[in-house]
Design a protein around this ligand. Structure first.
Ligand SMILES: CC(C)(COP(=O)(O)OP(=O)(O)OC[C@H]1O[C@@H](n2cnc3c(N)ncnc32)[C@H](O)[C@@H]1OP(=O)(O)O)[C@@H](O)C(=O)NCCC(=O)NCCS
Length: 173
């Protein structure tokens, strides 16, 4: 088993954010706040912004202390304040090795145990089979489909919603 961990972002992660994040195959599966091209100033701005945001828990997915991707969660507000949205990406050279699954598992543990989040959810473009598979492997439940809810690259896309309840609060799942 490899040594994948999650850790706080550092400003010296910016170079690897550019190295791995500047990739249309990643951008294609992300919301439009994720830039393409992904420049050094984008990376530095991202690290500075998310590191200070309340309710945002972004982590470097780290292999031998080097950033290879991002996993994190954002605790919602108002009547959704017990739910958090989880998100992630990993650099293309590292796909298919189980690294995201390990990193997202650690992120779930953090949300449920450090922040007492009651429900995690994730939104996946319908064509993104690898991401859906990561969530299913980890025990997320498929909730439903937002039909044509996404407008990305000039196209309307369906989005799949997955969720997982904190077993401490919802032992019945
Ligand atoms: C989605 C992504 C995070 C997956 O990362 P990863 O490190 O390759 O994931 P893992 O190796 O942990 O698991 C991937 C699983 O998907 C499966 N998979 C990959 N491509 C697939 C496909 N086209 N159809 C079905 N399953 C697929 C793999 O076989 C693996 O499942 P397995 O362990 O049962 O064999 C990565 O591809 C990525 O960063 N993509 C771009 C950004 C993105 O999509 N982020 C998520 C937005 S919701």
């Amino acid at each position: 088993m490899s040594n994948i961990t999650i850790r706080k972002l550092r400003i010296d992660d910016a170079d690897n954010l550019v190295k791995y994040g500047d990739n249309l195959k990643i951008w294609n599966n992300m919301r439009d706040y994720f830039p393409n091209p992904y420049k050094l100033e984008d990376a530095i701005g991202f690290i500075e912004k998310v590191s200070t945001e309340q309710n945002n828990y972004p982590f470097a997915i780290s292999k031998e202390d080097q950033l290879i991707g991002i996993a994190g969660y954002y605790i919602q507000g108002d009547i959704y304040k017990h739910s958090a949205e989880i998100g992630y990406w990993v650099g293309e050279p590292f796909w298919g090795k189980g690294y995201t699954t390990q990193a997202v598992k650690a992120t779930i543990d953090h949300a449920f145990n450090q922040n007492d989040v009651k429900r995690l959810y994730a939104s996946v473009f319908e064509f993104n089979k690898a991401s859906g598979r990561v969530l299913e492997k980890l025990g997320f439940n498929f909730e439903g489909k937002g039909i044509k809810s996404v407008f990305k690259s000039g196209e309307y896309l369906d989005e799949l919603r997955y969720s997982m309840l904190n077993p401490k609060y919802f032992p019945e799942g």
